[in-house]
Ligand binder design. Structure first.
Ligand SMILES: *[C@@H]1O[C@H](CO)[C@@H](O)[C@H](O)[C@H]1NC(C)=O
Ligand SMILES: *[C@@H]1O[C@H](CO)[C@@H](O)[C@H](O)[C@H]1NC(C)=O
Ligand SMILES: *[C@@H]1O[C@H](CO)[C@@H](O)[C@H](O)[C@H]1NC(C)=O
Length: 194
């Protein structure tokens, strides 16, 4: 049983790891990473035994780590709320950069059908949506609704990649409804909604 579990796990890694040097799918430009006192985690894929270093706008943000079974994983030093930063992962002469990254609070939301409730469905929707561009420090991200019978290493797909709110943007704000907040109280609190 345990061996089966390990095999499924390894198959999961192989499915996503092709040795190409990259971040996991849910890291992207405009994202928010968890601020201090927590230590944000970044991870991705690469060729085995490669040494990966992460830089925040040019400053090394953690000791180098090695790629193991196709995956690298770095825990950053604690970073106070703020930004923007460029986050760069470097391995030998290759580098990949995520731009306009903020440090702040990360909220992970999950649930049933109410979670698909969007801003356009709230009272005074057009007024609320017009306010979105006033809150550029709130960043939105949504994973695809994909079902899997085995544990996945990375997301199967992205519904909404990391985005800066723009006027008229219609985003899932279900999370605010669950907390019984006015949707834009969320913006005002500068939360990131995943
Ligand atoms: C991030 O990189 C871009 C493109 O190289 C550059 O224009 C920008 O100034 C950089 N931002 C920071 C905060 O380092
Ligand atoms: C990195 O170095 C290798 C070997 O020296 C070379 O073949 C490759 O083209 C270089 N890649 C980049 C992105 O410069
Ligand atoms: C809708 O907007 C109007 C005018 O700004 C306001 O008076 C009313 O309270 C709002 N309704 C809701 C449910 O937020």
């Amino acid at each position: 049983m345990r061996l089966t579990a390990i095999c499924v796990y390894l198959l999961g890694i192989l499915r996503f790891s092709d040795g190409e040097f990259r971040f996991a799918s849910y890291y992207g430009d405009h994202m928010v990473l968890q601020r201090a006192p927590e230590r944000a985690v970044l991870w991705g894929f690469g060729p085995d035994d490669a040494k990966v270093t992460i830089y925040l706008s040019g400053q090394a943000a953690a000791p180098a780590v090695s790629v193991f079974t196709g995956i690298w994983r770095v825990t950053l030093v604690p970073v106070q709320a703020g930004g923007p930063y460029n986050v760069t992962a470097v391995f030998q002469n290759q580098s990949i950069t995520l731009t306009d990254v903020l440090f702040g609070d990360v909220w992970l939301c999950g649930g049933q059908s109410n979670m698909a409730f969007t801003t356009s469905q709230v009272f005074n929707a057009s007024e609320e949506m017009a306010l979105a561009s006033e809150f550029p420090h709130v960043r939105i991200f949504m994973a695809s609704l994909e079902q899997s019978h085995t544990e996945l290493i990375d997301l199967a797909g992205l519904e909404v990649p990391w985005s800066v709110p723009t006027g008229g943007m219609d985003v899932p704000l279900h999370f605010c409804c669950c907390l019984h907040l006015n949707p834009f109280d969320c913006w005002k609190k500068r939360l990131k909604i995943v």
